[in-house]
Write a protein that binds this ligand. Structure first.
Ligand SMILES: NC(=O)C1=CN([C@@H]2O[C@H](COP(=O)(O)OP(=O)(O)OC[C@H]3O[C@@H](n4cnc5c(N)ncnc54)[C@H](OP(=O)(O)O)[C@@H]3O)[C@@H](O)[C@H]2O)C=CC1
Ligand SMILES: O=CC(=O)O
Length: 327
């Protein structure tokens, strides 16, 4: 029997053709919500799913009696009910590593743009308002030589810290990660308690995944413990931060500026104060959004789903206890 795959994000022609050689493929790359009838119809037949960003609920899984594997085109998997997938024997795969450096570039872009007020000052020119020399009121702050506090020091966190330490001579602090002796040697990184890090860091950068433990990890209390003039960057997930508390901290000056690629609700709702605050650089979740990296992520997902549906070990399984139980 030919297995069916529902692909709900764009793949290259070559990737799609390679899947079509061996599987029956339903291709719905423009799916915006898992409620769409065409998606539900294809889901009811699917043995495999390939896509990203849809909230997959247990109720939705009830409508997928044949489902064996999901290949997410993302490294984060907070939109999947992992325990429920495992209970049902459905293998979940993600795309670690291939997006690490690109996402770290975006993290550093946020650090640079926020500290040097690059977007705000570029707008000055676009709006025809560069009429005299820039004065102190528009100066930024240095990045080189400053202290970078990493919340999470996994793949992406380490890649950002490396840019900071080796490229910009920054001091690296970290918390919310197990000890990393190699990075401590390579980068001179120091592991501190959260409050100690907040008191020392000039720039705080969030790279932890969204989990039950990290949800609203950052709130009014944490912002109030940051150094005056410090900058906050979030490249992890929006819900790790209490967004209302962050807006309040930005408004009352507790927090100097923020660089954000992720938000509590995405797309950012029209009218969110974050879309118009001068001391905020907000990007539309573009951490990994380059041609090269999105293609590599899609290829990883294609490879993962093929291996999983062939009964082999995928390249990057999330709930690989299923594979152990099978053997
Ligand atoms: N903005 C964007 O476009 C993108 C955002 N992301 C986000 O970045 C996150 C991190 O990716 P990546 O660096 O590859 O992941 P890793 O798993 O390599 O790193 C996660 C880091 O967070 C730490 N951590 C702290 N608390 C927890 C917890 N409760 N559960 C799990 N980890 C915890 C880990 O600690 P330890 O070192 O002890 O394991 C680790 O240092 C993704 O999950 C995703 O949410 C990813 C890609 C693009
Ligand atoms: O947010 C992106 C991801 O890959 O996770």
């Amino acid at each position: 029997m030919t297995k069916r795959i529902l692909v709900f994000r764009e793949l290259s022609d070559e990737q799609l053709a390679s899947l079509r050689q061996d599987f029956s493929v339903d291709y719905l790359p423009d799916t915006q919500s898992a409620d769409e009838p065409a998606f539900i119809e294809a889901l009811s037949q699917a043995h495999g799913l390939v896509g990203s960003s849809l909230m997959i609920t247990p109720e939705l899984l009830d409508q997928a009696p044949n489902l064996e594997a999901i290949a997410s085109i993302s490294v984060g998997y907070d939109n999947y009910p992992v325990d429920e997938l495992t209970r049902r024997g459905i293998l979940l795969c993600n795309t670690p590593d291939v997006l690490t450096e690109t996402t770290a570039d975006t993290g550093f872009l946020l650090i640079m743009c926020t500290a040097r007020r690059a977007i705000e000052l570029a707008e000055l020119i676009k709006q025809g308002n560069w009429t005299s020399n820039i004065g102190r009121n528009l100066f930024g702050t240095d990045v080189h030589g400053k202290t970078l506090g990493m919340i999470g020091l996994g793949r992406i966190g380490a890649a950002i810290a490396r840019r900071g330490a080796l490229g910009f001579g920054m001091n690296i602090l970290y918390t919310k990660a197990s000890p990393k002796p190699e990075l401590e040697r390579e980068l001179g990184a120091r592991r501190l308690e959260m409050d100690e890090l907040l008191a020392e860091a000039d720039i705080v950068c969030v790279t932890v995944p969204l989990t039950a433990e990290t949800e609203k990890l950052f709130g009014a209390r944490e912002f109030s413990r940051m150094k005056p003039g410090a900058i906050f960057v979030n490249i992890g997930r929006g819900k790790v931060v209490d967004e209302a508390a962050m807006i309040q901290a930005l408004e009352d000056g507790t927090l100097h500026a923020a660089g954000l690629d992720v938000f509590e609700q995405e797309p950012l709702p029209a009218g969110s104060p974050l879309s118009s605050m001068k001391n905020v650089v907000a990007l539309p979740h573009i951490g990994s959004a380059t041609h090269e990296t999105r293609n590599a992520m899609a290829q990883r997902a294609v490879d993962n789903i093929r291996l999983a549906l062939d009964g082999k070990r995928p390249l990057s399984p999330v709930n690989d206890q299923i594979l152990l139980e099978r053997n």
